[in-house]
Each structure stands twice: as C-alpha cells, then as structure tokens.
Write a protein that binds this ligand. Structure first.
Ligand code: ADP
Ligand code: MG
Ligand code: MG
Length: 870
C-alpha cells in the first residue's frame, strides 16, 4: 500500500507532484531549520483516489491518526482538547499554484468547550471567540457549502462601520451563535463539534475543491492538467489575531514588478490568514514592521535572504507573528511580471546564482510576447484622474464594467472592457479573463486581483484608493467630482498605475523597437538582449518567417528570421489583379488562357524580385498557388442577384462569370479543387509561377529559391509537377530546391515515397490538423470548441498547439520515413504552430531543421528554440 501521509520532515521541494507545491516547500523550509509550525501532508495520490472513487483510500484514516497522534505528542496538546486545545489548519496545495482557487479551513478543533480552553490558555477571550467564528464561517462556506455572503452580511451588520478588531469578546460570542443558527438553518444539523469529524470533513472538502468551476476555469486558462489533484496540508495553527503584538503578512524577496531588490510586502497587525489578501482592513507596508517588532523584522529579512539563495530565485512567502514569535507558513518561487522575469534572470546571473542557460529557462516566449505589447504614449493631453498601484503591466483601454457577468457579456460581443471592482475574489475569474484590464480600489500588490492578473499577463491597477466604487449603481467616482458610469471608456496603465478618462493613444514597446534594430537605452531591453543572444547561440532550430510581401520580409529579417519558410503566392492574385485571375478562369480557349497567364507572369516576377532582394541571399520557400479557385471569384449569391436584377442589361462578362462560379462551386472547398490539384487541372498555371520564380532568381544574383508544392497526397502528383518545374528551371539555368508541404494525412503516411520526389518537407500543420481531426477550422473553432473545453475533450485547441499524440505522431512518421529515403531531407514547419512555444519544443524534439512563423512571433520562436535546447 502506498504511503499517503508525509510529515513535513519527510518531504522536500522536489516532491511537488506528490505533496503539492505548498507541502513540498513547507517540508523544504522545515528541513532548512526555519520556524514552520509542525504538520503533515496528505498526498495528491490520495486525492486522485478520492476523486475517482468517491471515498478516501483504505489506510488513509489510519495514517492520519498516526500522524495526528505524533503531532499531538510533539505539541503537548490534543486536537480540540477542552482545556488546552491543539488547533490545525487544513490547506489545499496543488502541484501548480492556483492562488485562492481552492479551499483552506483554519482553526479546526474549536467547539463550545475547547473555545473556553483556548480563552483560558491564551488569556484572551476575544481572540478565542474570533477564532471560533472564523472556523464556523470558513467551515460553513467551504465544507458545508453554505453561501459565504450569509456569514459576511452578519459580520458587516455587527461591525456597523467599525473595524473587525473593534468587536468585543461578547459580540463575537453572539456572532458564533448567529453563525451556528445559519448552519442549522441551511444544513438541518448542528455545526459538527467533534474535532476529528471536523478534520475529516475538511480534508474531503479540500479534495473536492479541486473540481470547483472556478478551479477548472483557472486550470484551463493556465493550461494546468485536470487530473493532478491537490495535496492537503494539516498545519498546527499559529495566531496572528492574538493582539497588537501579533499579525500576519505576505512578502516577496524582491519586487515582482521590476525585479529590484528591496523590502517588499504587506503586513496586517492583529489579523489571521486570509485577512491580508482579502483586503478586510488596509495593510501597512512591510517596512513598518521594523518599528513594530524589530526582532521579528530582522529575522524575517534574514530568512528571505536565505530562501532566495536557496531557491536561487525570487520567492514569495506567507508569515505570521504570534506574540513576537515569527512563523513561516508558506513559500514558493513567486509569480512575477514578464519584465521582472527577464530582469531577475540576468540579475541572478550577475549575482552568480545561476548561469546563462538557466537564465534562458527562467523566461518564456509568452512573457516575451507580453513585452512586445504597445504602451500608452506620454502625452500631455491626458492627465490621470487617479493613480493606484502598478500591479501588472500593460496598457488597457475599454468600457468600465462593474461585474464579472457584465464583463463576459460585453466581451462576447467583441467589446473591450475594463473590470472595475472594489476588490476581486475568485468568483470574478471569468470577468478577469474576459476583460482587457482590471482596476480595483482596494488591496495591495499581493491582493487577489494583482496576483491573478500577473499570472494571466493581464493589465491591472489595484488599490486606487481615491476611487469610490459603487458596484450596485455601476459607477465610480474619482477626485474632483469625476463620475464614470458603466460603459464609459477608461484607460489604465499597469506599468505606472495611472487611470485615465477616455482613450489614451498607445505607442510601440521599447522591446519591439529593439527588435526593429533601433538603439534603445533601457535596462529591460539590455536584459532581453542578453537572453536573446544566449538563446540564439544555443538553439538548434532555425527560425524562418511566413511572409508574402517585401515589407514583411524585411521586418522578419530585422526580427532575426533566417529565411522565409512560407511565401504564399495567392495573396499576390488579389486586388487589381483579380480581373486577370477571372480572365484565366473564364478562358474558353488555350490562347485566351495563355494570354491571361502571360499577363500575370511579369507581375509575379516583380513580387519575387522584391522578396528575394529583401531576403538578400537567405532561402525563400515559395508555395505555388494553394486555395480553391472560387476564393478569387465573386460570391455566388451576390453575383446571381446582380445578374437577375440587371435582366437583359446584364453584361456578357457577368453572365460568363456567373456560369463559371456555378461550375466551380463546391460543397466542401477545403477538400476540393485546390493546391497541387489546381496545378494539375489548369494547364500552364504552375508553369507560369515557376517561370516567374526562375526569372526573378536570375535578376537577383544571390536569390535562394525553394519551390513548394501544396496539398500533395501521393508521390505521383508531385512527380508530374516536379518534372515540369525542373524542365523550366533547367531551361532558365536556375538552381532551386523542389519540395512539398506535408499537410494531408496520406502524405505523412507515405512520406517515404514522397521523399523520393521532394528535397524538403514543410509541415502545413493547419491543414494537417484540420484533416487529421476532420475539423473544419473555419467552422469548428467558433461553433463547438467552447463546449469541448468545458467537457475536457482537450485543454487547448489543436489549432493553437500541436496535438502531439495525433498530428504529432503523423509528423514523427513523416520525419522518420522521409529521412530514411533521403537522409539530407530538409524539414520545417510553416503552420500557425510554428510560433507556439509548446509546438516549437515539439519540433525541436522531432529534430526539424526550422520553424516558420509570422514576423511578430519570430523573437518568441527564437527564444523558445533556445529554451528547448538548454
Ligand atoms: P492559499 O493557498 O489560498 O494561500 P493557504 O492554505 O495558504 O491558502 O491559507 C490561507 C491563509 O491562512 C494564508 O494566509 C495562510 O498563511 C493562513 N494559514 C494557513 N495555515 C495556517 C496556520 N496553521 N496558522 C496560521 N495561519 C495559517
Ligand atoms: Mg497561501
Ligand atoms: Mg494548407
């Protein structure tokens, strides 16, 4: 039988899979000799068993009893003892941090009798009753499933405008009675007074909290797998609510917004647990603890320094001071903004804690993408109406909304919204995802809004205390009598904390300017530059661009592209050239067709000259025409109406066009006449394109063309096209590689044969995904993917990130069999996936030669290719 319970002294930080992040790190701190209240962790394995079977695994109860007995012996107190009770917290803690998403219950072990023992032992009756009411409140909400608002409302009524610390023991005792009444009324039973029953129920409730809707939503957003389960930590209670010499706080070992070193945290005297993040009272900056309790303050700074050098990274911590004694309740490698991630990584290199390989691993393509967002112009015309804390950077503009529901509703209509709340809680998650930015009037940089927004990379200004947010009437007021109603546009700057009325114009980010090759003197840019250089020096994958115009090609080169992996030629047939394509389709005789092709050829040649020139000797993969022909023709219905209304007056051309459109109409164009099939059916079309490539290549001396045939399913198709292409190239005296896209499953499965006729493969993963799943991308994504996410069919769209086990398997087959036929076969990818971080890693594993993506994704692909290689 597996072991389901680990004492803190038995674990360590590398056991996150089993003990969850919180449990693993509590164990690590315990073993470092830091002051951690004793306790034990129930494994994620027990949770998975419980979630699958509905019952706790056999042996768990017994193991909990043994560990509890040991804990009691060590503390010299028994759980819930009437005279001197041991109290514990029961805390969730999954492998990946899910801030505030799951449940924790404090003060387990209190009942009508042990509350008196606690009062006597502590000599503080107020504290005992405060702890008891907290237990019933948390237990009622979390374990018994009673609406939390019901308890909140009673507390608010009792406070009647006072602080919670102003409540007397007598009043709190009354509140306990009221709370017990709520429990009775809503569950039909008494609040459970047996401490062990409290413990067991709380453990199950924590297990169950893995599957609350908000936890599921959070996991989907953060791409955390749904089947990990949570560990449960049972921790001896320490009390920050014992009076003014006690308190609780959270801190970071350095600034998670900028990476700068310094004292960075919030502290709340005479408070317990969640009070700090929930924004019950306003916290004080951690620096002030130096005045209140210099001994604990120094010890805390000392511990933070130790943690940082031990974890070799920024850590965040939770601590509590009980009558002048410091206790560590949590630590983990802390979430940080994208800018801070780059800065901290290079700072740690300079401090000798990590090397450059590690620094590259410490940042991500997603973070780099965030740094490439535009920001607000510094512009005198816009003066902030107020300033809050710069909790999560970025520039967001949108309509103010005051509830999560409204945010979701408007966002679904395509509107940009800013979610404005006094403070957020986990129920606001849907709205936070839907909004462009989040603005709160309360809470510090460690508040729920701030932590979650940073995790999501969403702009957030928090604790804008001058704002009076009136959620009921859906408006807020700012100093100077400014009133903002729902629907009014505001702009918030998460980098400075400024809040503006109306829309403030945005400017490009300095990181983009740097990639553009402009000199930028900026600390962040310097960090990005160092990390990018190192990523480039270690990566094995080359990075190319998908670019169809000389302008895109030039930008791609500035961004570091090492060639063009996909130059689509169909874009070159649009606009004013459309008429020439229509002529081609309408051609009734070979002469007419040739005339149309002859007219198109010089135009194509010019396009290619432009691109070859821009790429200056780097390889350019040109895909011959791909999409279904009807995409170049007028819409059937519109044209039919036009011809019908014109009657006799309809032009000859329109009539012929209508006929052609009807003739070419397909039920399922994506599986119809397109790609290589077009080239085989319309004589001269591919030949014209190849001639244009050859002519252009001769005009640009260092041009390096690679001709790519799309939508091939069988080697025969490819051979026919290749023979003709080779003949044309030979006549022109031009050397160019000829290869194919692998985007039809059959092509992947017969790659060994296809490689006989192809010098390179480029995986067209958009079509390959579409055809492997049988999903029409244009239809399915918007129609039922939402439902599929809800049902957990997949966690991320296969169009966004390569489906390794299906599409990826085909790619692996094609890679292996293609290389078996032709060892020097060149392999690349040119679908949207080429710029997706997880897919870049997969391409690295497959051993492809390059990935190709849109110009703006190039730095991201370079970085991720580097990360895959270290
Ligand atoms: P979360 O994962 O949401 O942060 P935690 O399990 O960390 O939840 O607990 C919620 C709050 O209760 C935190 O502020 C934590 O420090 C506090 N807390 C948890 N256990 C104890 C304990 N044994 N003694 C005192 N405070 C505790
Ligand atoms: Mg915590
Ligand atoms: Mg395709």
């Amino acid at each position: 039988m597996p072991k389901f319970v680990y004492d803190f002294s038995e674990g360590n930080k590398d056991l996150k899979d089993l003990l969850g992040g919180k449990g693993a790190n509590l164990a690590e701190m315990t073993n470092l000799g830091l002051p951690v209240p004793p306790g034990f962790t129930i494994t994620t394995e027990a949770c998975r068993h419980y979630l699958a079977q509905g019952t706790v695994p056999e042996g768990l109860d017994e193991e909990v009893s043994q560990h509890l007995a040991k804990l009691e012996a060590r503390m010299g107190k028994r759980l819930g003892d009437p005279d001197d009770p041991l109290l514990v917290s029961v805390r969730s803690g999954a492998k990946y941090s899910m801030p505030g998403m799951m449940e924790t219950v404090l003060n387990i072990g209190l009942n009508d009798r042990s509350v008196l023992g606690l009062a006597k032992q502590s000599g503080n009756e107020r504290f005992a009753w405060d702890s008891y009411r907290r237990l019933i409140q948390m237990f009622g909400k979390t374990v018994l499933g009673i609406e939390g608002e019901l308890f909140e409302a009673e507390l608010e009524r009792l406070k009647n405008g006072r602080q919670d610390t102003d409540l007397s023991a007598e009043e709190l005792r009354g509140l306990v009675d009221t709370y017990k009444g709520i429990v009775r009324e809503h569950t039909g039973r008494e609040f459970p007074s047996d401490p062990r029953e409290q413990l067991d129920l709380a453990i199950k409730a924590v297990f169950d909290s893995w599957n609350t809707p908000r936890a599921k939503l959070y996991r989907r957003q953060e791409r955390i797998p749904d089947d990990l389960g949570t560990a449960v930590n049972v921790v001896t209670m320490v009390f920050g609510n014992l009076g003014e010499d006690s308190g609780t706080g959270v801190a970071f070992t350095r600034d998670p917004g900028t990476g700068r070193k310094g004292v960075y945290g919030d502290y709340l005297p005479n408070a317990q647990g969640e009070d700090v993040v929930a924004g019950i009272r306003n916290t004080i900056p951690l620096q002030e603890l130096e005045r209140l309790d210099p001994k604990s303050y120094r010890e805390l700074l000392d511990i933070m320094a130790r943690l940082e050098s031990h974890y070799r990274d920024l850590c965040d911590i939770e601590f509590t001071i009980e009558r002048g004694k410091l206790w560590m309740l949590q630590t983990r490698v802390g979430k940080r903004t994208a800018a801070a991630a780059f800065r901290i990584a290079t700072q740690l290199v300079d401090e000798g804690l990590i090397d450059m390989d590690e620094a590259v691993k410490r940042v991500s393509g997603a973070q780099l993408a965030q740094l490439m967002f535009p920001r607000f112009a510094e512009d005198a015309a816009h003066r902030p109406i107020t300033k809050g804390m710069n909790a999560s950077p970025g520039a967001a503009v949108g309509k103010a909304v005051f509830s999560s529901e409204r945010a979701v509703e408007l966002a679904e209509k395509g509107e940009a919204v800013i979610l404005v709340r006094r403070e957020t809680n986990p129920d606001d998650l849907g709205g936070m995802i839907a909004a462009r930015g989040i603005l709160t009037s309360r809470g510090g940089k460690t508040s729920h809004a701030a932590v979650v927004a940073r995790g999501m990379g969403k702009t957030c200004v928090c604790g804008a205390e001058e704002l009076d947010v009136d959620v009921v009437n859906r408006r807020f007021t700012a100093p100077g009598g400014v009133v903002v109603n729902e629907g009014d546009v505001i702009s918030i700057d998460g980098t400075t904390g400024a809040v503006y009325l109306g829309e403030v114009p945005v400017v490009p980010s300095p990181v983009v300017e740097y990639f553009e090759g402009k000199p930028v003197d900026d600390e962040l840019v310097a960090a990005v530059d160092r990390i990018m250089r190192h990523a480039d020096s270690v990566r094995r994958l080359k990075v190319r661009a998908n670019a169809d115009t000389p302008e895109d090609a030039a930008r791609a080169r500035r961004f570091g592209a090492e060639g063009i992996g996909l130059c689509r030629t169909e874009h070159m047939f649009l606009g004013e050239r459309r008429k020439l394509v229509e002529d081609l389709i309408l051609a009734a005789t070979p002469e007419e067709r040739q005339a149309a092709l002859d007219a198109l050829e010089p135009l194509q040649t010019k396009d290619f000259v432009g691109i070859f020139t821009a790429m200056d000797g780097l390889p350019v993969t040109i895909r011959l025409i791909d999409p279904p022909l009807h995409e170049f023709l007028p819409d059937l219905t519109e044209l039919a109406v036009k011809v019908a209304t014109a009657g006799e007056a309809a032009s000859e051309r329109d009539r012929k066009l209508l006929e052609a459109v009807k003739r070419l109409h397909e039920q399922n164009p994506m599986l119809g006449l397109r790609g290589v099939r077009l080239g085989l059916v319309i004589p001269g079309l591919f030949a014209m394109q190849v001639r244009a490539i050859a002519t252009a290549a001769k005009q640009v001396p260092n041009a390096k063309a690679e001709i790519m045939i799309p939508l091939v399913s069988t080697v025969q198709e490819l051979e026919i096209v290749r023979e003709e292409a080779q003949r044309i190239l030979a006549e022109a005296g031009v050397d160019a590689m000829i290869g194919t896209m692998i985007e039809v499953p059959r092509a992947a499965l017969t790659a060994g044969q296809i490689a006989e006729a192809a010098e390179f493969f480029s995986f067209g993963t958009n079509d390959l995904t579409q055809m492997t799943w049988g999903f029409s991308r244009d239809d399915c994504e918007s129609s039922f993917f939402g439902k599929y996410f809800d049902l957990g069919v997949f966690g991320v769209s296969p169009f966004e990130s390569i489906d390794r086990s299906g599409v990826g398997r085909l790619m692996r087959i094609a890679t292996e069999e293609g290389r078996r036929t032709r060892p020097d076969l060149k392999l690349g990818i040119c679908g949207e996936h080429g710029g997706d971080p997880a897919s870049v890693h997969f391409c690295h594993e497959l051993g492809l030669d390059y990935v190709s993506c849109s110009p703006f994704r190039i730095p991201i692909a370079r970085l991720e290719a580097g990360r895959a290689a270290v």
